[in-house]
Design a protein around this ligand. Structure first.
Ligand SMILES: [Zn+2]
Length: 361
């Protein structure tokens, strides 16, 4: 395993095994690492994301903390508008969301570094995932949640044995509180720990493998904090560099029009931060994305798009797809609604991000 952590602000480098999530200058870290992708494809490994272990920047002796995440099915559907689409079924991960990919890789690394306890802030799915993998790995876990977080998701976090600290005020108040706690306990933040995106990138590997090692024409996903979209881009970048697939797919990310700071910034209508409004898509109700600049530059770099859909369209898609048998949370319906509004051929994959049983209203 060769590679290093580096600061995106000042460039300072650290070993991959450094137990840190930010630089001394306060900048966030990223990972320089060329994955070991065998030209002949990955050997038949476990039916989980751990089949791509060689593509992860982990010490070879790392014992995965696993709940069987990854290698989710990809099913074909005809959308409510009559379009052919493949749905990557990441809503049927162990805790019911794609966040299990990131949590599994991040917590596996932290356990290998003998980190005994972590704190994290989340309004739902990431907290549930981190709590479950900490339970599986034997790490103590405290999740800071905004008091407005969906009750069903808070119950799920608590059920895994995590301590839940409810923070009054907007979502950012929980982020401020967790950073204070991070002075003494490791901050396993899904938006800041670069190993989280190393986990989410495996969705790209799986889609490519399930298509016979090629890229789909288009990948569609919901966009809030960007941990999925950045993972998709990272994964396909690595597969293109390794010669495993021919090209980066067209990336189309969707937000709710009721909370669309990245849509506004992308089209340069508005460079100010946007105040979150109420959206049924609670998983992407993010008014101030920590990785906002990076999301914008990465999506621009690959020629992707950021678009939005109305609350009415989200609600309608959610109902229509449920009637087709796909039980997803409203955040996923953002991408499904968006898919039906764009011009695409028959070779599009929409990522289903969270399970319908998580819905709280
Ligand atoms: Zn720095």
């Amino acid at each position: 395993m060769t590679g290093r952590l580096f600061c995106r602000r000042c460039g300072e480098g650290f070993p991959l095994t450094a137990p840190r999530w930010c630089c001394d200058c306060g900048g966030l870290l990223d990972i320089d690492f060329v994955p070991a992708i065998p030209k002949s494809g990955f050997p038949a490994g476990p039916q989980s994301l751990w089949r791509y272990f060689a593509a992860l920047p982990l010490d070879p002796d790392t014992v995965p903390v696993t709940l069987g995440e990854g290698m989710t099915p990809m099913e074909e559907w005809i959308s409510p508008a009559g379009k052919h689409v493949r749905v990557k079924m990441d809503h049927i991960q162990p805790t019911g969301s794609f966040k299990d990919r990131g949590a599994a890789v991040m917590i596996s690394r932290l356990r290998s570094l003998n980190i005994p306890a972590v704190v994290e802030d989340s309004s739902g799915n990431a907290g549930a995932a981190v709590a479950a993998y900490c339970a599986r790995g034997g790490l103590a876990c405290t999740i800071y949640v905004p008091a407005s977080a969906p009750v069903a998701k808070i119950s799920q976090i608590r059920a895994s044995g995590a301590r839940v600290v409810s923070v009054d005020g907007p979502r950012e108040a929980a982020a401020v509180a967790v950073r204070k706690a991070a002075a003494t306990v490791y901050y396993a933040g899904h938006c800041v720990d670069p190993f989280f995106i190393q986990g989410t990138k495996t969705v790209a590997y799986e889609v490519a493998e399930q298509l016979g090692w090629r890229s789909p024409q288009t990948m569609v996903a919901p966009l809030g904090n960007g941990t999925l979209v950045l993972g998709i881009i990272r994964g396909f970048d690595e597969l293109v560099s390794a010669g495993m697939v021919g090209k980066m797919p067209r990336i189309v990310a969707f937000q709710s029009r009721a909370c669309n700071p990245l849509v506004r910034a992308f089209s340069q209508q508005d460079t100010d931060l946007f105040v979150a409004e109420t959206t049924i898509a609670d998983g992407i109700a993010v008014s101030r994305p920590v990785l906002g600049d990076r999301i914008l530059s990465e999506i621009r770099r690959v020629g992707g798009e950021i678009r939005d859909v109305s609350e009415e369209a989200i609600h309608a898609a959610w109902k229509h797809w449920a009637a087709l048998g796909l039980s997803v949370e409203p955040t996923t319906a953002v991408a499904l609604a968006g898919f039906d509004q764009i011009k695409t051929g028959d070779d599009t994959v929409v990522v289903a991000t969270g399970h319908g049983l998580k819905r709280s209203r």
